[in-house]
Design a protein around this ligand. Sequence first.
Ligand SMILES: [Zn+2]
Length: 307
Amino acid sequence: MKLWSSRPSLERYSAQLQPGTAGGGVTAWFLGTSSVLLSDGHTAVLSDGFVTRPGLARVVFGRIAPDERVVRAAIERLGSPPIAAVVCVHSHYDHALDAPVWALSAQAELVGSESTANIGRGLGVPEQSLRVVGEGDTLVYGGFELTFLESEHSPGDRFPGTVDAPLVPPGRSRQWRTGAVYSVLVSHRCGRLLLHASAGFRPGALHGTRADVVYLGVGALGRQPARYVEAYWDEVVRATGARRVVLIHWDDFFVSLDRPLRPMPYPADDLDTTLRRLSTLSARDAVEVLLPVAWQPSDPFGPSGQA
Ligand SMILES: [Zn+2]
């Protein structure tokens, strides 16, 4: 009932929640937005690692900075994983705010655009730990091979541009400008996973790329017309032949990760509409669509009981 609540309820989607599993070759932990930790026990890679999640008023009117205590608590809760790389899918604050803190704590490389490197420099990440990647670049960390494919931000980028000098927090949220946007193909002997965090695409860019699973960003997709959603699905999910989609960037990231995830409120997005449209497309193409649960270990390639 849209009339009585300000946001979609997750209750009606309980059957689509990604089950918690362990013991597969690769384990994934979803940390809200497009923050996902992947570990095979020997090596771990992290996308974004945005856990500070400052409140809306601070983001709009104030200045923001990473909360090192929150990052440290997250690292502990995850059992101090052996993170070798922290990858920023683009440089907006809801992706790149905390990434340098993770990289410094784990002595990991900070990977992304020149904008992301400047965000790292602002927090003292050493030059030898900064890795700037371009279209088609591949980096290997243990059993993980990461290939970076340039993509587009979802329509309505509020902070376009690049970060051209070291960004020293605290700063205004708009200072974390987009930089390059990547779709990241993560290959492991257990499977291939495409992390596609922002709901934009370059027509044809993923044709020829194969993935078993897509971690698909749906932020603000509920505000796009149906034909855009279908084009997005076709260019990212259908193009890669994925049989499973795990939805990311649907949660309200102005509240703490210590609370259960909840969808963005209706004026900002409409997860109900997104899920209704995706259910039609996923049924057509026989693809399973799952909603990940924060902090819960799951096997991205393993059986889920849904298919
Ligand atoms: Zn963004």
